[in-house]
Design a protein around this ligand. Structure first.
Ligand SMILES: O=C(CO)COP(=O)(O)O
Length: 123
């Protein structure tokens, strides 16, 4: 399984906690991340990740391209609903291509837990 993990700055602590909580099953996956999210995950969980560019510098679009190529099985994108992002069009494109390709997408921790349970059979 190839899982994409992305978090806006205000949600990066939650992403690290989420990955730590599911490290057993996520460790069996190939993890694809945007730049800063991936650095935090690597440094704080010890899991290896395939890091793309930082989100504002095209990382969301790179992961969107992988989704279009059908090489991503699920996406956890912890979006900050309270802060405007300069690269909002890239974020919208990533969310849209998940719907176009019918790829499971979780945008908060509660749904991310369900995604892991459903897709990976984790706890
Ligand atoms: O901006 C992002 C998603 O839109 C995340 O990018 P970083 O992981 O590089 O902070």
């Amino acid at each position: 399984m190839r899982i994409a993990l992305i978090a806006h700055d205000e949600l990066k602590d939650e992403m690290v906690a989420f990955v730590t909580a599911h490290a057993d099953v996520l460790g069996e996956c190939e993890l694809v991340t945007t730049g800063t999210t991936g650095k935090r995950i690597e440094d704080e969980t010890g899991l290896a990740v395939n890091r793309q560019a930082s989100g504002p510098y095209g990382g969301d679009l790179q992961i969107g391209g992988m989704i279009a190529d059908e090489s991503i099985d699920g996406v956890v994108f912890l979006r900050d609903p309270l802060t405007a992002q300069a690269h909002e069009p890239d974020i919208s494109a990533l969310l849209r291509v998940c719907d176009v390709k019918d790829v499971p997408l979780a945008t908060n921790v509660a749904s991310a837990d369900l995604l892991v349970d459903g897709l990976l059979g984790g706890d």
